[in-house]
Design a protein around this ligand. Structure first.
Ligand code: C5P
Length: 288
């Protein structure tokens, strides 16, 4: 018998992701963009305390600046799972947020995925991975990846996923101090699309120099703060924006090299290092 089934509370990590590259290849009739990207999990992220309630109520226990409870993806994820499974249970959700909003690190999506994984267990719903991914997609294009739980080459709007092997390296991440609204980047007239599709076999697994993020030029035009960070970090390696921004990262073969550069980051920017993860720390709780 699984010890977890006796538990009514879980402390859960919600790791961030980096997009090692991101190509925009088309646009769907509903306005969503078709992409090709490589998602990399890193060991830096939010954490959630999730407690099962017997009375069916769903609450977030803490205030998150700028995110009212009803629109928080963790609350919406819990409500969605409850509606889908008709579970009699509820949940108390406490979110310890360290990932910036509008950072391109997938924080909100990861929080939502973690909520689905944890409540699927605590409520004993028994949904399998693909069913959780289908639910997650209703909450955002990046949510299925966090439920997939392994580094992935993604297509579609980000929901068609194939596992990839990526190097065990370190990343330095810099927050440029601006929040980038994803819809503003995707709706920009400056956004170019490259319909030449890329094959997964062309991808070496690392954040190759020749692979770009198609959203980067638009974000740099709208938010010069992002361009400033890319210029600075480019002195040390292959600096690139993640997702629709704002965060910028660079890969390093080892922790010492990442630390060397971290020490030099100007005080006006928040920066940190993170190690590549090979899988989501909660992946073992999701049944294939
Ligand atoms: O799915 P998510 O909530 O993260 O997307 C936010 C917005 O970003 C969407 O409403 C859409 O305008 C844009 N988007 C897009 N194509 C994607 C992902 C997001 O156009 N693949």
């Amino acid at each position: 018998m699984d010890a977890l089934l006796d538990q009514s509370m879980l402390q859960c990590p919600a790791p961030a992701k980096l997009n090692l590259f991101l190509h925009v290849t088309g646009r769907r009739a509903d306005g969503y963009h078709l992409l090709q990207t490589a998602f990399q999990l890193i060991d830096h992220g939010d954490t959630l305390d999730i407690v099962r309630r017997e009375d069916g109520l769903i609450h977030r226990t803490n205030e998150i600046a700028g995110v009212p409870e009803d629109s928080d993806l963790i609350v919406r994820a819990a409500r969605l799972l409850k509606a889908h499974t008709a579970s009699p249970y509820g949940a108390e959700l406490t979110l310890h947020k360290i990932l910036p909003m509008g950072g391109g690190l997938g924080g909100g999506s990861s929080d939502a995925a973690t909520t689905l994984i944890a409540l699927n267990r605590l409520w004993q719903c028994g949904l399998r991975r693909q069913e959780l991914m289908n639910l997650g997609l209703q909450l955002g294009a990046d949510v299925p990846f966090f439920l997939f739980g392994r580094n992935a080459f993604a297509e579609g709007v980000g929901e068609v996923l194939q596992e990839i092997t990526t190097p065990d390296c370190w990343y330095l991440v810099i927050e440029p101090g601006v929040q980038v609204p994803t819809p503003a980047i995707f709706s920009s007239k400056e956004l170019t699309r490259d319909t030449k599709t890329f094959r997964i076999t062309d991808f070496s697994g690392s954040a190759d120099k020749h692979l770009r993020n198609d959203l980067q030029a638009v974000a740099c035009t709208l938010f010069p703060e992002v361009a400033e960070v890319i210029d600075w970090l480019s002195k040390f390696g292959n600096a690139k924006m993640t997702g629709s921004g704002a965060c910028v990262f660079c890969d390093f073969a080892d922790e010492i090299s990442a630390d060397e550069v971290l020490k030099q980051v100007p005080d006006r920017w928040i920066s940190w290092k993170a190690r590549a993860l090979s899988q989501h720390p909660m992946a073992h709780l999701v049944q294939a």
